[in-house]
Design a protein around this ligand. Structure first.
Ligand SMILES: [Zn+2]
Length: 180
């Protein structure tokens, strides 16, 4: 598997099932095809957990299995393998969702002025809310000042731009056109 693809897959695995899912995916990359028990053995993760992770991966379209019946015992064995055909699509739709969230955050930051006492963890209030508290922090009582969110807005804009470039929605700016 190409390195970039593998990295994306591992990142998704982590989102889906944490560090244990990463281990299962790594083991599957190596073994190509394996039963849940073989994977449990390879990773040292309990077989029930391995199974749960495999079903989660399957739900996301990242793992598939084939069922094979043992001729002698009549038991069924499930052979799992990674499925990466849908990976680019999944990665893209996750990025689109993130982009949407960032745009909403930007909208929120730019459409409203916030008031804040300056202490980390204390609430940032809208004008109406601040009025209600007579411009005093509801936690510490300090005076609320207009909160400067310029840095947050710049940061959000930068992340939106990066994502849009990654998604091919925006052209990469040329260095030469960026001179000041
Ligand atoms: Zn405060």
């Amino acid at each position: 598997m190409a390195r970039r693809r593998s990295k994306e897959l591992l990142e998704l695995a982590e989102e889906i099932g944490g560090e244990e899912a990463v281990e299962v995916v790594k083991a599957l990359e190596k073994l190509k095809e394996a039963t849940d028990e073989e994977l449990a053995e390879a990773t040292g993760i309990r077989v029930n957990t391995v199974r749960r992770i495999l079903y989660l991966l399957n739900d996301e379209g990242l793992a598939d299995f084939k069922r094979i019946r043992d001729q002698e015992t009549g038991w069924y064995y499930y052979y799992w393998r990674l499925e990466t055909k849908k990976l680019p699509e999944i990665v893209r739709s996750k990025k689109m969702a993130e982009l949407k969230k960032l745009k909403e955050m930007l909208e929120e930051e730019t459409s409203e002025i916030y008031y804040w006492c300056g202490t980390e963890g204390h609430p940032k209030l809208t004008f109406d809310e601040a009025m209600e508290y007579e411009f005093q922090c509801p936690i510490c009582g300090k005076m609320l000042m207009q909160y400067d969110n310029t840095k947050i807005i710049e940061d959000l804009k930068r992340r939106i731009e990066e994502l849009e470039i990654e998604l091919g929605l925006r052209k990469k700016p040329r260095r030469s056109s960026r001179k000041k």
